[in-house]
Design a protein around this ligand. Structure first.
Ligand code: HEC
Length: 127
């Protein structure tokens, strides 16, 4: 009798533990590689997610098109703090916070957000 109760308790604990582990994995920031390249990793994200609005023809600043994105972002006060993704306004926007969530009304994938954060933390280089 006592044994079967122990089994139930253990099963219950295992269930709770599994749920905790599960909850964690859904919130964890995806791990991304080191040495993120602006040109190879970040610009393609802008091309897919941003330039339909952020290009000269649309008149929406900053210009995020190839060859212009780096300069426009780095020169925009507060948008990007090299080495400090947490202090960069762009990250708040991508997380859907602040006055200007970007893209408006939706979010890019956690993997893309993590790549941009990593690129900033690695110094926001024009590499
Ligand atoms: C559907 C169109 C659209 C898309 C897609 C979009 N944006 Fe924007 N973005 C805007 C508009 C419009 C503004 C100007 C908002 C304002 O000035 O109030 C803006 C403003 C910004 C600003 C400047 C905010 C400021 O404080 O002045 C940044 C930085 C930005 N967007 C980054 C991005 C990035 C990065 C992406 C892609 C991940 C993106 N946007 C996707 C429409 C868009």
């Amino acid at each position: 009798m006592k044994k079967s109760r122990d089994v139930i308790v253990i099963a219950g604990l295992a269930f709770l533990l599994a749920r905790c582990v599960n909850d964690k994995t859904t919130e964890i920031t995806p791990t991304v590689k080191n040495n993120v390249s602006f040109q190879l990793d970040i610009q393609p994200i802008f091309n897919q997610e941003c330039i339909m609005c952020h290009r000269p023809m649309m008149g929406v600043a900053p210009d995020l098109t190839n060859g212009h994105a780096y300069e426009s972002l780095i020169n925009r006060e507060g948008s990007i703090m090299p080495g400090d993704s947490g202090g960069s306004e762009l990250m708040d926007m991508l997380h859907g916070g602040g006055d200007n969530p970007m893209p408006p009304g939706t979010k890019i994938s956690p993997m893309k957000i993590a790549l941009i954060a990593k690129w900033i933390d690695e110094g926001a280089k024009n590499n």
